[in-house]
Design a protein around this ligand. Structure first.
Ligand code: NAD
Length: 394
C-alpha cells in the first residue's frame, strides 16, 4: 500500500501521519479546520527539528518526510488512498458524517480504520459502504514514540482486512496486538484498577497519595505511581476514559469513576498540563520527598492494587478479549508496566491472588471485588498461566 490517508491533524492524526511518512508512504492528511492544519505543519516541523538536533534523523530524512505529506482541505483528494485512518474528535455523530462522506470518495476496497479510544468499531463500521473493510487501529500517544498498536476487528470486518492492516502497521515497526471490540479494548480496560483502586485507598484515608505512589514504584517497579501517572495523562482524559468504560459496560461497579477525580476535572486541575492535579506542580520538589515505607502497610497497598490489575487481565483472557501473549505485550508496551500481569499472577501465586480478592469481597460485600471464574478455577486446579494450558481448568 502506497497511499495512506489520515483524517484529523490533531495530536494523534499528526503523529500517525509522521509515522506513515517516515516509512515512505505518500500521506494525505485532512482536517476540517484550516487553522488546525497550519498548527500541525508548525508542530511537525518542530518535532522534526528536535529529532534532527538529537541526531535521530538526517536533513534528507526530514525533507523526505515533509515531501511525503500532502495537506488537504478537501477530502476528495483521498480518492486514491488504499488505507485511511480517522483520528478526529471523539464524537460518534461527527465521525459518522466523515465516514459517510469518505465512503463516497474512496474505492470499496480501501481499508477504513478508526483510532477511536472508546467508540465501538462495529458501530462505526456500520457508517461506511462495505463495512467488511472497516477496522480499529488504536495508537498510543505519542504515536511516533509508543511502540504498541491495538488492532480491533468489528463483527463485520473480514479476515483479509485484518491481515492487510496487521501487515501495514507491522511494516511501520509497531508491536501489534489484536483485541475484541469491547470497551477500552485491552490497555484502557485492564489498566483501570491502577487508577481506580489507588484512588479508593486514598479516599478511604488508608494512605496518602505520596505513600501509594512510592509503594507502587518501590514494591512494584512501576515507573510512575498512579497519582503521578493520572496527573501526567491529564484528569480530563483519564476521567473520560474511566467514565466511558464504566458506562459502556452498563455501569459495571469495578470501573466506577471516583468523585475525587471528578472534582479535579471540575476545578480544571487537570494535572501537569495545568500546573495542578493531585499534586501542585508549583510546589517544587514535592515528588522527590522520600517516604519511609512500613512493610506491612505498603505490602497491603501493593497487593490490593496488583491483584485488582491481575484480576482484570485474567478476566480479559477468560472473556477472550485477547490472547495471553497479547495481554502481556499490551500492558508492557502500551503503559510501560514492568512485567506482564499474567506472569505476575504466576509469580505471586493464583491462590494468593484469589484469597486477597476474596478478603476484600468479604470485607466490603461489593461486586467490585468479586473474583473472576478463571482465577477461582485455576486456584482450585492449582494451575498457572504459563506452565499449564489454562483452558484445561475451564
Ligand atoms: N490523545 C490521545 O492520547 C489519544 C490516544 C489514542 C486514541 N485517541 C483517539 O484519537 C482521536 C483523536 O484524538 P486527538 O487527541 O488527536 O484529538 P485532537 O483534538 O488533538 O485532534 C482532533 C482533530 O480533529 C479535527 N476535526 C474535528 N472535527 C473534524 C471533522 N469533522 N473532519 C476533520 N477533522 C476534524 C480537529 O480540527 C482536530 O485537529 C480520538 O478518537 C481519540 O479518542 C486519542
Amino acid at each position: 500500500m502506497k497511499h495512506i490517508g489520515v483524517i484529523g491533524c490533531g495530536t494523534m492524526g499528526l503523529g500517525i501521519a509522521q509515522v506513515a511518512a517516515s516509512n515512505n508512504h505518500s500521506v494525505f492528511i485532512y482536517d476540517s479546520f484550516p487553522s488546525a492544519i497550519d498548527k500541525a505543519r508548525i508542530n511537525l516541523n518542530k518535532t522534526l527539528q528536535t529529532l534532527f538536533d538529537k541526531e535521530k534523523i538526517s536533513k534528507e530524512k526530514w525533507d523526505q518526510i515533509i515531501a511525503n505529506i500532502t495537506w488537504c482541505i478537501d477530502l476528495n483528494e483521498f480518492k486514491n488512498c488504499e488505507f485511511v485512518i480517522e483520528a478526529i474528535v471523539e464524537n460518534f455523530s461527527i465521525k459518522k458524517t466523515v465516514f459517510e462522506n469518505l465512503s463516497q470518495i474512496v474505492s470499496d476496497t480501501c481499508i477504513i480504520a478508526s483510532n477511536t479510544s472508546s467508540l465501538s468499531i462495529t458501530s462505526l463500521a456500520s457508517c461506511v459502504k462495505n463495512p467488511k473493510r472497516f477496522i480499529g487501529v488504536h495508537f498510543f500517544n505519542p504515536a511516533p514514540v509508543m511502540p504498541l498498536v491495538e488492532i480491533i476487528p468489528g463483527i463485520q470486518t473480514e479476515e483479509n482486512s485484518l491481515t492487510l492492516s496487521k501487515q501495514l502497521i507491522a511494516s511501520w515497526k509497531k508491536e501489534i496486538v489484536v483485541a475484541k471490540d469491547t470497551p477500552g479494548f485491552i490497555v484502557n480496560r485492564i489498566a483501570r484498577p491502577y487508577y481506580g483502586e489507588a484512588i479508593r485507598i486514598y479516599e478511604e484515608n488508608l494512605a496518602s497519595k505520596e505513600y501509594i505512589d512510592q509503594t507502587m514504584k518501590k514494591l512494584g517497579g512501576f515507573k510512575m505511581g498512579p497519582f503521578e501517572l493520572m496527573d501526567f495523562i491529564g484528569h480530563d482524559v483519564n476521567y473520560a476514559v474511566t467514565e466511558s468504560v464504566w458506562t459502556a459496560f452498563y455501569f459495571e461497579p469495578k470501573y466506577k469513576p471516583s468523585l475525587s477525580q471528578k472534582r479535579l476535572v471540575e476545578a480544571a486541575y487537570l494535572g501537569r498540563k495545568s500546573g495542578r492535579g493531585f499534586y501542585n506542580y508549583e510546589d517544587v520538589g514535592h515528588e522527590s520527598k522520600d517516604i519511609e515505607l512500613d512493610l506491612e502497610k505498603s505490602t497491603m497497598i501493593f497487593e490490593r492494587i496488583i491483584c485488582m490489575l491481575i484480576h482484570e487481565a485474567a478476566d480479559a483472557l477468560y472473556l477472550e478479549i485477547a490472547s495471553k501473549e497479547d495481554i502481556e505485550t499490551a500492558m508492557c508496551k502500551g503503559v510501560n508496566y514492568p512485567k506482564g500481569l499474567l506472569h505476575w499472577a504466576d509469580e505471586i501465586g493464583i491462590e494468593k491472588c484469589v484469597s486477597i480478592l476474596n478478603y476484600y469481597y468479604n470485607l466490603y460485600h461489593e461486586e467490585r471485588y468479586r473474583c473472576s471464574a478463571i482465577l477461582q478455577m485455576m486456584a482450585k486446579s492449582k494451575i498457572t498461566f504459563f506452565n499449564h494450558n489454562v483452558s484445561v481448568c475451564l
